[in-house]
Design a protein around this ligand. Structure first.
Ligand code: FAQ
Length: 337
């Protein structure tokens, strides 16, 4: 459903951005640029400019943190799922998100930053994670809407990342996208069932859509004109499609899905524009977005506190695993002696 993202030509500005000033060795830099221009992949053992490494650690670790913090809003509903079938699906989905976080932390570690450093940055509030996970899940329909819209937006953003210039990130994204596709479908299917139910169930779905629609549009990041990282990210083949173009693709794909579902998207300005061949839409509240990104959304403090507690509660597992590994190593050394 979302694979059409592959059809967007790369030349939408990506290669035309000038390289920023740097103090890297010119020969190595020229080789690196040539590989990027030829759409080649950069692997962990390859030379890369420090700014490229830094950008990747930033983006991949934010992505990893989003997956891990993203387990919390839906995780809250595992014990309250309305049937055994829904509970089993939800457990599998939340577990998948944890797995995505682990692939992504591993990909970030290949760039020379340790897992402990990455987690410290999250737990101290220094690192960002997706704004969308700072809103509460108030009713069961929120779980369906997260699958349909949040995973839908995540796939739209991540399909182009399967062709990211950094090998480990692009390979992780292939598997992540396959799993996100199941997540999106299970959410949409759960909502379809609710929309065939009674009025209270239909109202619940509409209420969840009303609360999540605008937040999902903001997930794609600030408008291109206010996106400080986009130009360089696109020049390096990390990002392939701009924030605004991805947002537009998501809206265009979602409007027909909303019609089939029978819900209204809460935007009076949402209209098909024949000339542009896209839907026009209303203004996103960027002030609210930045407040949330900067730690002042409705659930930021609770999400972070839950993560820090889970990490601290798990300290004994990490210590036990390390002690076991040390014991095994000592035993092997003794046997070898
Ligand atoms: N939330 O210059 P740009 C998921 C920050 S995974 C918070 O445009 P960039 C799966 C941005 O970091 C969802 N912060 O930045 C799931 C930057 O700050 P910095 C996560 C945001 O990197 C589903 C500043 O604003 N997906 O949902 C957000 O070029 C269901 C300026 O922005 C990814 O992370 C935001 N929404 O573009 C799990 C995908 N947007 O670092 C559970 C990978 C922007 O300079 C349940 N990431 N910022 O201090 C990306 O594609 C990019 O990093 C963007 C941002 C597009 C998110």
């Amino acid at each position: 459903m979302y694979t059409q993202s592959f059809n967007v030509p790369d030349e939408t500005g990506q290669r035309t951005v000038k390289t920023v000033a740097h103090t890297e060795p010119p020969e190595l830099m020229a080789k690196f640029d040539a590989r990027i221009d030829a759409d080649g992949r950069i692997e962990p053992q390859d030379w890369m400019p420090e700014a490229y490494r830094k950008t990747l650690v930033r983006q991949i670790s934010q992505h990893a943190h989003s997956e891990i913090v993203g387990m919390l809003p839906e995780g809250n509903w595992i014990s309250r799922a309305p049937s055994l079938k829904r509970k089993a699906i939800l457990i599998a989905k939340v577990q998948d998100e944890g797995g995505h976080g682990l692939y992504l932390y591993s990909a970030a570690e290949t760039l020379g930053t340790s897992r402990d450093q990455l987690l410290d940055a999250l737990h101290s509030g220094k690192a960002k994670y997706s704004s969308i996970f700072n809103y509460p899940t108030l009713n069961w329909a929120d779980v369906g809407v997260i699958g349909w819209l949040v995973d839908g937006a995540a796939i739209m953003n991540q399909i182009p990342l399967c062709r990211c210039s950094y090998g480990p990130y692009s390979r992780a994204m292939v598997r992540v996208c396959k799993e996100e596709s199941f997540h999106q479908r299970q959410g949409y299917e759960a909502l379809l069932v609710m929309m065939k139910g009674n009025q209270a169930q239909k109202d619940m779905v509409q209420d969840a859509v009303n609360r999540y629609w605008w937040k999902c549009l903001a997930m794609f990041g600030p408008p291109d004109a206010d996106s400080p990282n986009s130009a360089q990210g696109m020049r390096w083949g990390i990002k392939r499609i701009s924030n605004d173009d991805l947002r537009q693709k998501f809206i265009d794909a979602t409007v027909p899905q909303a019609k089939v579902l029978g819900v209204t998207l809460p935007d009076p300005d949402l209209k098909w524009n024949e000339e542009r061949q896209h839907y026009d839409h209303g203004q996103i509240d960027w002030e609210e977005f930045w407040a949330t990104v900067n730690g002042n959304g409705p659930m930021n403090k609770e999400r972070l506190a839950t993560r820090v507690k889970a990490h601290n509660d798990g300290a004994w597992v990490r210590e036990a695993a390390l002690a076991h590994a040390r014991k095994q190593q000592q035993r092997q050394q003794k046997e070898a002696a």
